[in-house]
Design a protein around this ligand. Sequence first.
Ligand SMILES: CC(C)C[C@H](NC(=O)CN)C(=O)O
Length: 526
Amino acid sequence: MVLLLCGAAVHSFRFDELIKYVDDHQEEYVQTLREWVAVESDSSDVTKRAELYRMMDMVGEKLRKMGGKVELVDIGEEQLPDGSSLALPKVVTAQFGSDVNKPTVCVYGHVDVQPAQKEDGWATEPYNLTEINGNLYGRGASDNKAPVLAWIHAVEAFKALDMDLPVNVKYLIEGMEETGSNGLDAMIKSQKSTFFSDVDYIIISDCGWLSKRPALTYGTRGNCYFFAEVEGPKQDLHSGVYGGTVIEPMTDLIGILDTLISPSGTILIPGIRDAVAPFSDEEWKMYQDIEFDVESYREKIGVEQLMYNNKVELLAHRWRHPTVSIHGINGAFSAPGTKTVIPAKVTGKFSIRQVPDMDPAVVEKQVTDHLHSVFAKRKSPNKLKVKMIIGAKPWLADIKHSLYEAGKAAVKRVFNVDADMIREGGTIPIARTFQDVTEKSIIMLPIGGFDDGLHSQNEKMSRVQLSLGMSLTYCRPCEPNSCFVCTGHEWLVAKSHVPVLPKHLPQNTPGNTVECLLQIHKAHVD
Ligand SMILES: CC(C)C[C@H](NC(=O)CN)C(=O)O
């Protein structure tokens, strides 16, 4: 939370009050996160849609209570595979201040989550925020509920103290990010000349650091998500009775999925790499300077071998080369027992993370043509249907833009180290739309840690990481026209902010606040 809540208008006396208020309310912030995590706002599961609607209402209510001008924007319906339709969760927009003499910052985030069940291998109940050794475990804790709340609480502190916000702040919080931000493109287009007309900057904290070093994110990969359905007999069959007499849909599906990517990671779809931007010497040099330890990355994941052992190659394949991942097969027998079935219809789910300058429409054609071509060669009587479900574009920012200069200055002032300039291998579907449609500058400021387990078992947000991230939020009082919000060039961030440290950590570590926090953080993650 960077930022921007820095204030020409804030006197140091009042600034101390602000810091104290935030520190004094840490437990309430965690309690609100607990309430938000308790909502199973899984956007991929239509049976959980009521929870998602409830989640959006909670966000709207929270912002309304803070005195914001809040709207729950209807973004229409989604068509389900069975032909029926279902209302999309409303998008929450909120506005705090409309002073034409102040810049306006729009914070984007999402409060939907990926699926999670205890049986997937979680050590705790995924929807019951549980603190263990300073880590707050729960689905959505890092992706993206805590970062969204951090931004909300930053403004709430100003409001609670009846302090003038030095910038106008807008929020746009959605509930379909994890399934491709359905409906949001259209909403942004339709509100270009209304909600977005006075927005100067867009800030996204839906990403994490790469290591123990603070980072700024300047690129994300896109995602083209496919369903490949193979349909054969009219119902499931006994493999003893029918096996050997029918051409099985599952055999066809595994056969075609195996033509997508080689064991060593080469994508086998013709033409797919044609539009990939060349990896420049400048990029190579940048990647070399980034703090990242390949061996500890390998160990943390728990694999014996990675695809690349060289740091630059590994980062490049994580951020700026495309890849294919196979996620699952619907209709396949997957229970622990030994059912001897021949499934009649199976749907393979896979996605391609794409990079500049790939285009989802082109990828869709390349993948569809390829799968139909390899399927035809099998001469199977079964039917193949290929459908692209998500077509989210990659996003890349200009790191020479003053917004990134401002971000670097803020990190330097808070942490006393230079930010690593990183990209994200994952996708924030709406980032590119913001860029293309609103033509505003976007910065991604990671708050999450490098090992938060996003989309995985035991997702967490550590209290220390949250404190470190939050210290970016508070800017010290500055002279008019000298801070980022006034000039667009610099964030002035308080060095004097001393967050309340988790009680189990040493309270009397010597050194200044920043060194102290970094030492504690290091001890905590080592
Ligand atoms: C299109 C994807 C489902 C989006 C998803 N985004 C994030 O995880 C960002 N929080 C992804 O898988 O990258």
